[in-house]
Design a protein around this ligand. Structure first.
Ligand SMILES: Cc1cc2nc3c(=O)[nH]c(=O)nc-3n(C[C@H](O)[C@H](O)[C@H](O)COP(=O)(O)OP(=O)(O)OC[C@H]3O[C@@H](n4cnc5c(N)ncnc54)[C@H](O)[C@@H]3O)c2cc1C
Length: 404
């Protein structure tokens, strides 16, 4: 048996079987067989999550062989669920198209990224799941279900972000745009300058986020705008701090199509916790996190803290459900201990009504999660309908979602 190890190395297990079906019919047969033999199936994408969503002693099912753009009509593109975001970006680009927004890397599969609400930053952009207009799903009975505004529409707000709990997604239909170029700029600034200008930076740029460096108390501000948006060229008067250069770094000014400009290349491995906060709670929560890290963890924290925004949506298990969201992500080198640090900041995030990123480290179970999601019970009811025998309900998922 081959061991599965996730990207950061903090999740390792040996499934009973690795399956790589090459057709949807093979997926359906496999799910039917699993149901008959009471074996658990967990779909896996590129293994970039560090929460134990894919852990199973049963069948680990990868759609790596189901990849590529199937068709597009200029406004929407249907793609195989195993398509990696990088290949998706190139495939759409060749068709003259682009996704509206992306996260910080492009290694994930489209099914895996949307299953956990992967997001980028920008007041006007929801997470990637909000770009999903349709899904084809193999349910726990082996049935293939089309889900969209026209077909089974009542399932759509659950299926757009489903943690692989409703079935195996085989195809995803995405809302897309004609392709265009973005310009990325980045500069360093003292954290107080960034916080003082935060609302303005967020409102006047298409995408804005910032890294805070606990040891120096400096930030790196990152903005992106359409390359043809002349109004976005405004200079920002950043105060100079002796010894830690502010200034726009020309190496960080980059122009290119969305899929090559938004994602970054990451070589160093890290562990991460990220919580989604109601945006109005961000200033107080960030102040508390900053104080706590500098007082208790600065000596051991090797990495930065990332702050981003997500538009509100109506997807049942989305951590931006019903509220404009600001996220705080704490990163730590994989060579350093993370648990004490992450548990400490998690307590702060929870005080401010935070919801954890489904694919990153957190310690919440169904008991704590249920009150955070107004449509929680509806999701569970639908899960029981689509997967009556719990084919996809691993012990980890049962802890996360509750058994009932
Ligand atoms: C370096 C790095 C950078 C990251 N950057 C960001 C970022 O900028 N923004 C952000 O929000 N997150 C980010 N993440 C988190 C990452 O996007 C999520 O964890 C995402 O879910 C990983 O996708 P994956 O393809 O690896 O899926 P996996 O981690 O393999 O699986 C994730 C979930 O998807 C389900 N799944 C996978 N395939 C299917 C399928 N075919 N049908 C049904 N369910 C399926 C799995 O069962 C599981 O529940 C980052 C993670 C890393 C390691």
């Amino acid at each position: 048996m081959v061991e599965f190890v996730n990207w950061s190395g903090s999740l390792a297990f040996t499934p009973g079987e690795h399956a790589e079906p090459a057709t949807e019919d093979e997926v359906r047969d496999l799910v039917r067989r699993a149901r008959e033999t009471a074996t658990t199936v967990r779909p896996v994408g590129s293994g970039h999550s560090s929460s134990p969503l894919v852990r199973t002693g049963g069948i680990l099912l990868s759609l790596d062989r189901l990849s590529g753009v199937i068709h597009d009509d200029g406004n929407a593109a249907t793609v195989w669920a195993g398509t990696r975001l990088k290949d998706l970006g190139e495939g759409l680009y060749d068709a003259g198209l682009a996704m509206d927004n992306l996260g910080d890397v492009d290694y994930q599969s489209i099914a895996g990224a949307t299953a956990t609400g992967t997001h980028g930053s920008g007041l006007g952009f929801g997470n990637l799941s909000t770009q999903v207009a349709g899904i084809r799903l193999v349910t726990g009975t082996g049935e293939a279900l089309d889900i969209s505004a026209e077909h089974n529409p009542e399932v759509l707000p659950a299926a757009r972000l489903s943690l692989g709990a409703l079935g195996v997604v085989t195809q995803v239909t995405l809302d897309v745009q004609p392709r265009y170029e973005l310009k990325r700029r980045a500069w360093c600034a003292p954290v107080d300058w960034t916080l003082d200008h935060l609302a303005e930076l967020q409102h006047t740029n298409r995408n804005m986020d910032f890294y805070w460096y606990p040891r120096s108390d400096m930030t790196q501000v990152r903005i992106m705008n359409r390359a043809d948006d002349v109004a976005a060229e405004r200079p920002w008067a950043v105060p100079r701090v002796p010894g830690s250069g502010p200034w726009e770094d020309p190496r960080e000014v980059r122009v290119g199509p969305t899929h090559r400009t938004i994602p970054q290349h990451r070589e160093l491995r890290f562990e991460e916790i990220e919580y989604m906060l109601p945006s109005e709670a961000f200033p107080a929560c960030f102040a508390e996190v900053r104080r706590r890290i500098r007082e208790r963890h600065r000596r051991d924290v090797g990495w930065r803290v990332l702050v981003r925004t997500i538009a509100a949506d109506d997807i049942w298990l989305s951590n931006a459900y019903g509220r404009p969201t600001t996220t705080i992500a704490c990163l730590q080198n994989t060579s350093l201990p993370y648990e004490e640090y992450f548990r400490d900041v998690e307590a702060v995030f929870r005080q401010y009504g935070g919801r954890p990123h489904w694919g990153k480290k957190h310690w919440l179970t169904a008991r704590e999660l249920r009150p955070l999601y107004p449509r929680w019970d509806d999701f569970q009811e639908l899960r029981r309908r689509l997967d009556p025998d719990g084919v996809f309900l691993s012990p980890d998922l049962a802890r996360l979602l509750g058994k009932a």
